[in-house]
Write a protein of this length. Structure first.
Length: 275
């Protein structure tokens, strides 16, 4: 999480030079090269039933990055991540139908309500940027659902092929929008830093964590990402949040933690019953 949010802060610092689309192009191009070298996706074989989910998986990955970077042009990093986090939160909530899940829905809605007030001063959120963040969250939900189907036989190596699909679409789009500024050699080291911090390093650490931590522990820890993003924005970008915005972030984090804990507990009980 620290790596991802540091990469997002570095990416935001590049916006004055190449814009959000240009940073998207840099991250996808360089990140895909690293992933392809590590995972060698040309060895993978997909059934006809997996190819359509794989296509949507890759497109949603690219769109998620593109929309998220557009959002943090005008929205503080912590708020953008909290809004984006509603995507996986919605996937978790819709997969369960127990009464306790109503509590997490209420907390998430309250958090969104207070993160999206009207107004344009420093204590308020730009609604266009917020819409981009919510769009990134929707893409994140598609990414999860399609990724499960596309990668069930190939595991993390699917990420490399999905990233390649995303790069084919969004690297040219971002390069066209960024223009000549993208082709300066001085930009390359910074773009490589974004690719490593936001893609190569966190994906590798995530795979290591998943093999060593219980799923419930991993999901609970990941629920803290909006807070990590807010802290990263404060440290690297001098962004500040109001007390109300911190409370709203806390509500969304609590909803994520709660839904993860209750969902995993339900799964464990089912597994025990089956055994």
């Amino acid at each position: 999480m620290a790596s991802i949010q540091s990469g997002a802060s570095l990416a935001k610092s590049l916006f004055p030079l190449v814009g959000a689309p240009g940073v998207t192009a840099l991250r996808l191009a360089l990140g895909t090269i690293i992933l392809v070298i590590v995972f060698r996706p040309w060895r993978l074989r997909f059934t006809p039933e997996q190819r359509k989910p794989l296509l949507f998986y890759g497109l949603s990955l690219g769109a998620m990055n593109y929309l998220f970077y557009l959002s943090i042009q005008t929205v503080p990093l912590g708020i953008a991540v909290a809004l984006e986090f509603t995507g996986p939160l919605a996937v978790a909530l819709f997969s369960s139908r127990r009464p306790v899940d109503f509590v997490w829905v209420v907390l998430a809605v309250l958090g969104l309500w207070f993160l999206l007030p009207l107004g344009q001063d420093v204590s308020h959120v730009d609604l266009t940027g917020a819409a981009f963040a919510l769009g990134a969250g929707a893409c994140w939900a598609i990414y999860i659902l399609c990724g499960q189907r596309a990668g069930e036989d190939h595991g993390p190596a699917t990420v490399a092929l999905g990233s390649l699909i995303a790069a084919v679409v969004f690297v040219p789009l971002g390069a066209i929008q960024a223009g000549d500024a993208l082709w300066h050699w001085s930009i390359l080291p910074l773009g490589l830093g974004v690719a490593v911090l936001s893609t190569a390093l966190p994906y590798s650490l995530e795979m290591m964590a998943l093999t060593r931590l219980p799923t419930r522990t991993f999901g609970t820890l990941m629920s803290m990402e909006p807070a990590m993003a807010a802290v990263s924005g404060m440290i690297f970008l001098s962004e500040t949040l109001t007390l109300v915005q911190w409370l709203a972030l806390s509500a969304i984090i609590a909803a994520s933690v709660g839904s993860t804990l209750t969902l995993r507990r339900e799964t464990t009980i089912k597994e025990v019953d089956i055994g």
